[in-house]
Design a protein around this ligand. Structure first.
Ligand SMILES: *Cc1c(COP(=O)(O)O)cnc(C)c1O
Length: 226
């Protein structure tokens, strides 16, 4: 997509997104020129889903970009990811992975900010905690053993379906799980973010309480998977 179109898409989206909701421009599979076009339009928060690709982009693109990692992360890639110093790892989908992030962060002398990924969609292939598992995790205060990781909230995806009622129901479940965790753990600090909503369904996500939305196609066009 042309730089001018990307800039126009960002500008249009900004007018539609209500204040209090932050935009993560999902730039995975898109070249650096595309990211720079959005950057020139003032966009600073970008989302990537592969560690190798993120690592390359971090090295060459402006240093004031806030990178969000949003893809499935293998434990053997955690070290390479923490070396990229992402602003937020949105896709923590198991306690095993969280512990690995905590260990590497401690070694590197940094504190990693993360979101816990919830699985509510009907697709079986999606990663994440069920609402029950995550509520249990906090109820048992297992987060207290973390030394170098701060859990800032939750991330989730709705079912990939035309059924709008189902999509809204999925977002509502993600938000309800977040609120229940907050209510049951009043000592939690900085647990504020609900990341949900993509190009096709973000207005519904915002209606249900999203604080972060992750939008790729609507900004950069279709991805070419190589
Ligand atoms: C790719 C991706 C997005 C962006 O999807 P679009 O439909 O292109 O807006 C959002 N969230 C996650 C987790 C993704 O992997």
């Amino acid at each position: 997509m042309k730089s001018s179109e990307i800039r126009k898409n960002i500008e249009e989206l900004r007018k539609e997104i209500p204040s209090g909701v932050e935009l993560v421009a999902v730039s995975k599979f898109h070249p650096e020129e595309a990211i720079l076009a959005a950057y020139e339009e003032g966009q600073r928060r970008f989302g990537e889903s592969r560690v190798q690709e993120l690592s390359k982009k971090v090295a060459t693109l402006p240093k004031d970009i806030e990178w969000h990692f949003i893809g499935h992360l293998q434990t053997n890639k955690v070290k390479m990811l923490t070396a990229c110093r992402p602003a937020l790892i949105e896709s923590v989908d198991s306690e095993h992975l969280l512990d690995a992030i905590d260990k590497e962060s401690e070694k590197a002398g940094i504190v990693s900010q993360v979101l816990m990924q919830l699985h509510v969609a009907q697709e079986e292939t999606k990663f994440g905690f069920t609402p029950e598992e995550l509520i249990e995790y906090f109820r048992e205060k297992r987060y207290e053993k973390l030394k170098a990781t701060h859990i800032c909230g939750v991330m989730g995806m709705a079912s990939n379906t035309e059924d709008r009622a189902r999509v809204c129901e999925d977002f509502r479940r993600i938000a309800a799980t977040f609120r229940q965790i907050r209510e049951e753990n009043p000592d939690l600090r900085g647990f504020d973010e609900i990341s949900m909503g993509m190009s096709g369904d973000w207005p519904a996500a915002v209606e249900e309480g999203a604080t972060l939305i992750r939008i790729g196609t609507r900004i950069f066009g279709e991805r070419e998977y190589k």
